[in-house]
Design a protein around this ligand. Structure first.
Ligand code: SIN
Length: 539
């Protein structure tokens, strides 16, 4: 299969790129699952944006949004990336609305959007579509993409690895040539040729036992880019969301990963401990609405101090507004047997967002020519050591727009590219015997427990080293599976998860300080000499 642009991933970043690129050439979008299975589609809260005057809160401006982002990022944001992305937010909203997204309007003044608030934001600036904003955006983008004759959308297509000229032996001219892709239904591996490949595969929450992410978040793009030799940065900064529904009886990923949006706290809900006390004020004067790293650590500490299994989110200050503003959360909790109108919601922190990723410039360009990374898989410098809530859907769309402009400039479709070297066909291994498959599930579980137990909200070097040693063994076993057997999505995901987990641990071991979402008891202070990204490269 040949196309001018190959997009891997179908969240807000991948589809925004595809829709715009389709005006210039042919676009193939592949996703390993179904189109509505992305992290974007699961996003509840919303998208932050300082709108033009008259539409925004009169107290707000881009400068304040920039300051809030820099403050949450704990000294590690790239200020240029922050300004550029935040200043393009109004354009992003216009674009998403043009493509059919319906954001909620203000009841009293329907000319204006209703603006919400989340942790770390000094003003109300979050556009939302009730509490299913990600779903509203995804549906609009999928419909727009489906209607474009230049876009081919392929579900159940799993990108195994990037193909680069460097991997095929070129020494001086490393550029991307496409990807090997497993077509899950036919079990065939195909070569997808393209000189312009856009990784938009999302994050890696599934490296942890408890996460708010869908099952698809297995670090695929990050691991592929690593294997291809791209630079990876800041992977120690895994953001934990403070309020995942604590549901010990839950069966199934959706029930275990159910997020209670930070927007609920933005509307007035407060976190309390088992004695009913608003404990977060002990940790930060902003209490329940402090930036996420602070709130997640406060909960972790409270749980450890009191021996309780969870803390609680008290929505009573919202009254009936809770049902009206958060109908999805209310209904879903009811379906799990919890009525939030009667009892505070039991919550725990869970892995939520990858603040680092494939290192890119402000146009999504990576260290490999022709390879771009946008959305959660990328590290542009916007998030620093801790992402400000609701900045990620914004980043995904802005980077899609910027990456396209840059690609058209550097690799114009009118310009003839150097001839492509011969790409070898994929060699299929043996079929995995059923008893081997049991080992895969066991390894998957072990990996996620290692990360949860040793590489979580509060870390120490000795726990990180223990994780590192165990991951060495797991990597060896996974390599044996990978080369010894016919490929399945489970083997591929395990291979990517173990690579991603190792990158998180190796990055965390390099950072001898505490900053943002990396907190270690061995080095509790933030140190000026570490105010730079952690960078890893395979060769
Ligand atoms: C939430 O709704 O709390 C999540 C929003 C985000 O992670 O940006």
């Amino acid at each position: 299969m040949n196309s001018d642009f190959l997009v891997i991933g179908a969240g807000v970043a991948g589809l925004s790129f595809a829709i715009k690129a389709a005006e210039h050439g042919t676009v193939t979008v592949i996703t390993k699952g179904e189109l509505m299975n992305s992290n974007t589609a699961w996003a509840q809260g919303g998208i932050s944006a300082v709108l033009p005057e008259g539409l925004r809160d009169p107290e707000d401006d881009c400068g304040k949004h920039i300051d809030d982002t820099l403050d949450a990022g704990a000294g590690l944001c790239d200020p240029e990336a922050v300004s550029i992305i935040i200043e393009e937010a109004a354009e992003t909203i216009e674009e998403l609305v043009d493509w059919g997204t319906n954001f909620d309007r203000d009841d009293e003044n329907p000319e204006r959007y209703s603006l919400g608030k989340e942790g770390g934001h000094s003003e109300r600036r979050i556009l939302h579509s009730k509490d299913t904003t990600g779903r509203a955006i995804s549906e609009a983008l999928i419909e727009t993409a489906k209607a474009h004759p230049n876009i081919t959308l392929l579900e159940h297509h799993y990108a195994i690895d990037l193909i680069t000229s460097g991997k095929l032996g070129a020494v001086t001219d490393d550029r991307v040539l496409g990807a090997y892709v497993l077509e899950i239904d036919s079990d065939q591996v195909q070569i997808f040729h393209s000189p312009r490949v856009i990784l938009a595969t999302g994050g890696c929450g599934k490296t942890y036992l408890y996460t708010t992410n869908p099952d698809s978040a297995t670090g695929d793009g990050l691991a592929m880019a690593w294997r291809a030799g791209a630079t990876i940065s800041n992977m120690e900064f895994i953001q934990f969301h403070p309020t995942c529904f604590y549901n010990p009886a839950a069966i199934g990923a959706e029930a275990r990963s159910f997020l209670v949006s930070e927007a609920v706290r933005g509307e007035g809900a407060i976190l309390i401990n088992h004695e009913g006390r608003e404990f977060t004020k002990d940790y930060d004067p902003r209490g329940s609405l402090a930036p996420r790293d602070i709130v997640a650590r406060a909960i972790d500490s409270e749980i450890k101090k009191t021996g309780a299994s969870c803390v609680f989110l008290d929505i009573s200050p919202l009254g009936d507004h809770f049902i009206e503003r958060f109908p999805f959360i209310h209904e879903t909790l009811l379906s799990y047997g919890h009525n939030a109108m009667e009892k505070p919601i039991p919550v725990v922190p869970a892995a939520h967002y990858q603040c680092g990723g494939v290192e890119t410039n402000i146009d999504g360009g990576t260290s490999i020519r022709g390879l771009y990374a946008i959305g959660e898989v990328a590290h542009t410098g916007l998030h620093g050591a801790n992402r400000l809530a609701s900045n990620s859907l914004l980043e995904g769309n802005v980077l899609a727009r910027r990456a396209l402009t840059e690609i058209l400039h550097r690799y114009p479709l009118s310009k003839e590219l150097p001839p492509e070297p011969t790409i070898p066909e994929w060699e299929t291994g043996d079929t995995a015997p059923p008893e081997e498959l049991v080992n895969i599930y066991h390894n998957w579980d072990e990996l996620r427990r290692i990360m949860q137990d040793y590489v979580s909200i509060v870390r120490t070097d000795s726990r990180l080293l223990r994780a590192s040693r165990r991951l060495v063994n797991l990597r060896k076993e996974v390599r044996e599976f990978y080369w010894g057997h016919c490929l399945t999505p489970d083997i591929l995901e395990l291979r990517n998860l173990v690579t991603t987990a190792s990158l998180i641990v190796d990055s965390a071991l390099q950072r001898k300080e505490s900053r943002g979402s990396h907190h270690t008891l061995d080095f509790p202070e933030t140190k000026e000499e570490y105010a730079r990204p952690t960078r890893l490269r395979r060769f």
